[in-house]
Every structure is written in C-alpha cells, then in structure tokens.
Write a protein that binds this ligand. Structure first.
Ligand SMILES: Nc1ncnc2c1ncn2[C@@H]1O[C@H](COP(=O)(O)OP(=O)(O)OP(=O)(O)O)[C@@H](O)[C@H]1O
Ligand SMILES: [Mg+2]
Length: 373
C-alpha cells in the first residue's frame, strides 16, 4: 500500500481506440517528465486531450464529442489507469455518434458526471491559456470553474443547479415577452438563484484569494521581483460587508425592468470576472505579449501549487506546446515545477531538452509513439 501513497498522481497506462487521429494506441508513460515530440498534426495534442477528457469529462478544445471520434469509425474508447493517494483507479470513456458518453470508474458506471471530478486531477497549460489573460470574462470563468470542479465536487453540482435555474428564469422572461412575467414566479427564481449563486460566489472568493497570493509569489519568482501581479475576484454582484446571496438577490430584484426588456438575466455570478493587474495596470489592456504570457504562466503554476496544497498530492501536468513561447528563465521556472509532477510535454523538437535528467521521450508519428529516450 505504501507505494500508492505517493505525493503525486500518476498515470500508468493510456489506451486509445479510434480516438481522434488514432486507431489503436497503448502508452505506458514514466512517472516523471514524458516528452512527446513530432511534427505538426502528428497527434501529440490528441494524447493530452484524451487525458484532460478523462479528468474533467470534457475536452479542452471542443464541446462536441463527435469530433473526438476518429472519422473512420462511429465510436471511440479511452482507458486510463492511474495511481493516487486513494489507490489505483481505472477510468474508461466510451463515445458513440449521437449518444451521451458513458464513463466508468473502476468498472462502475457513473450516474452523474460530478462523480468523475477529483479521480484524476490535471492542470493543462497550452498556448490558448493566454486567453485567461487576454480574452473575455467567459474564458476566465471557465478557467475558475474548471479548477474548482476538480477541487470541490459540490461546486460542480451547485454550478449545474445554478445554470439550470438561470435557464428557467430566462425561459420565464422569454415566454412572457413582451409582457412582464408573473411577479411571484420571477421572485421565486430570484430567491433560488440568490441562494445557489451565493454559494458559488463564496467558493470563488476564497479560491481567488488563495490563488491570488500564490500567483503574486510565483510571478515575483519568475520576474526576479520586477513585476507585481495582482489577481482578484470581480463579482458581478459586489458583496463587501453583506452575504453574497443577499447581494445577488438585491442585484436581481433591481434589474427586473432591464431583464424583462432584454429577455434574459443580466446580473449574477454567471457574469463574474477575474481581475488581473501588473504593477497596478490591467494586463489585458496594457501588458506586452510577453507579460501577458508570463501572467498566464504564473496563474497556471499557482493552480498547480494550490491543487497540491488542497489534495496533498500533485496533479498530472499537461504542457502543450508551451516551451517555444517562453524565454530561457521562464522555461526553467516552468520545468522546475514540472519535475514535482508526472508531466506530459509536447514539442516539435527535442532541442534544448535532451540535457534534462530523468526524462522519457517518445516520437509521435503516423499514429504511433516510439520511445527514443
Ligand atoms: N476525429 C478525427 N478523426 C481523424 N483524425 C482527426 C480527428 N480529429 C483530429 N484529427 C487529426 O489529428 C491531427 C491533429 O492532431 P493534434 O492536434 O494532436 O496534432 P499535434 O501533433 O498536436 O500538432 P501541432 O504540433 O500542430 O500542435 C490532424 O491531422 C487532424 O486531422
Ligand atoms: Mg498540438
């Protein structure tokens, strides 16, 4: 048993059948740094995507499961074996055209997607993560939700319930349009959204405080204390001094007129955002490309540290094509953290990586992985 109580989660075997570009792939990764090298379109990201999917039940790059099935077939299968503090586990995903995916953990079929959260924890860092810093609030909420769903399964359920209630409230507004909806019904939904939204906001607030402190520390380390990073929660219904649920409730009550006119719910945590400032200025607006990239990196590395702190073991780290985007010092900062975890790293060449100790490298080509180091 003792070897299972390691300080990092690790995948011992990955099997893909008819997933994306693969017909059949069996991959037994090492417990340290696994480098997957190959030309563009070789299928490197597809492997990371399969791991991510097994952790969160959804792909990091598409919401359409059908895209994940190899175009030559009508179904795909993923099987991942892993070791974590709670023992050995097996995750199986079966995808079929026009059907919901079926997931099994240790042979047991899942009744709810939430049961998957936390079995395999991952942190993915890819060039698209720049969108946390650069893009719309939607991307930042997605980042925060992704992390929190893995850390706290109850958060995942709350979010599902909140989204369902939000849909109902908007349905009510639309159905009555252009007349106002039944005020009793509307205020019943206000109350439901306030209760669920308040819970979500409390979790987000605590999470961002902790993440913010870590990110500030991390960014100082990477930039030799030349830049100060400030990451903070920007709730759509500000709640200093009052309970978040009360703040949502009054925001909803005050916006009835506006909501009726627009036909949707204009206020609430589905409109929350994260503020990211460097030396006091919004990175999204004033930061250089390199500063934005480094801010995203600091946030990602804090995510890793936070997960380790909360779960008592490091998650699996997925680094997709990120090294080429960073200068030497930033690469070093990233890789020194990667060595604490089992890590999967994709790159188009091994240049600069061969000197690293304790690595395994695999060439990805024509639907196969061949070990080269
Ligand atoms: N459903 C599918 N069926 C068959 N092939 C697919 C499917 N989805 C994607 N592919 C193929 O997978 C390849 C892309 O794989 P992937 O994104 O893993 O490449 P990569 O090695 O990460 O490349 P890059 O270095 O450019 O990021 C493309 O050739 C694409 O056509
Ligand atoms: Mg790729």
């Amino acid at each position: 048993m003792s070897d299972l109580r390691g300080e990092k989660m690790r995948i011992t075997s990955i099997r893909l059948s008819n997933f994306r570009s693969y017909d059949e792939l069996i991959f037994e990764p090492s417990e340290g740094l696994n480098i997957i090298v190959g030309p563009n379109a070789a299928g490197k990201t597809n492997i990371l995507e399969a791991i991510f999917l097994s952790a969160l039940g959804r792909s990091h790059r598409t919401g359409r499961d059908i895209e994940l099935i190899n175009r030559k077939y009508h179904g795909a299968y993923i099987n991942i074996e892993l070791k974590s503090g709670s023992g050995r586990h097996n995750i199986e995903l079966r995808l079929r055209d026009n059907e919901h995916k079926a997931i099994r953990i240790d042979g047991q079929k899942l009744k709810r997607m939430g049961e998957l959260m936390g079995v395999l924890n991952v942190v993915m860092f890819s060039p698209e993560d720049l969108s946390i810093v650069k893009s719309s609030p939607l991307e930042r909420r997605r980042f925060m939700d992704m992390e929190l769903c893995q850390l706290r399964p109850t958060y995942f359920y709350r979010l599902q319930q909140y989204n369902a209630a939000l849909k109902q409230r908007s349905g009510l507004l639309k159905a009555a349009f252009p007349s106002p909806p039944d005020p009793m019904q509307l205020s019943a939904w206000d109350e439901r959204l306030a209760a669920l939204g308040g819970d979500i906001m409390m979790v987000r607030d605590a999470f961002l405080r902790e993440l913010g402190d870590l990110a500030c520390e991390m960014h100082g380390r990477i930039t030799d204390d030349n830049e100060e990073l400030y990451v903070y929660y920007k709730p759509n219904a500000p709640f200093s001094g009052e309970a978040p649920a009360a703040a949502v409730h009054s925001a909803l009550s005050c916006s009835h007129e506006e909501d009726i006119r627009r036909g949707y719910t204009t206020r609430g945590p589905h409109r929350d955002d994260i503020g990211i400032k460097l030396n006091g200025e919004e990175v999204r607006i004033f930061g250089s490309q390199g500063q934005q990239r480094t801010a995203a990196l600091s946030i990602k590395l804090s995510e890793l540290a936070l997960m380790q702190r909360e779960k008592g073991e490091f998650p699996v780290l997925l680094l997709d094509d990120v090294l080429s985007e960073l200068d030497c010092d930033r690469q070093k900062a990233l890789l020194s953290d990667a060595f604490n975890c089992q890590c999967f790293l994709t790159a188009t060449s091994l240049e600069g990586l061969e000197e690293l100790e304790n690595i395994s490298a695999y060439e990805c080509y024509a639907g196969k992985l061949t070990r080269i180091i």
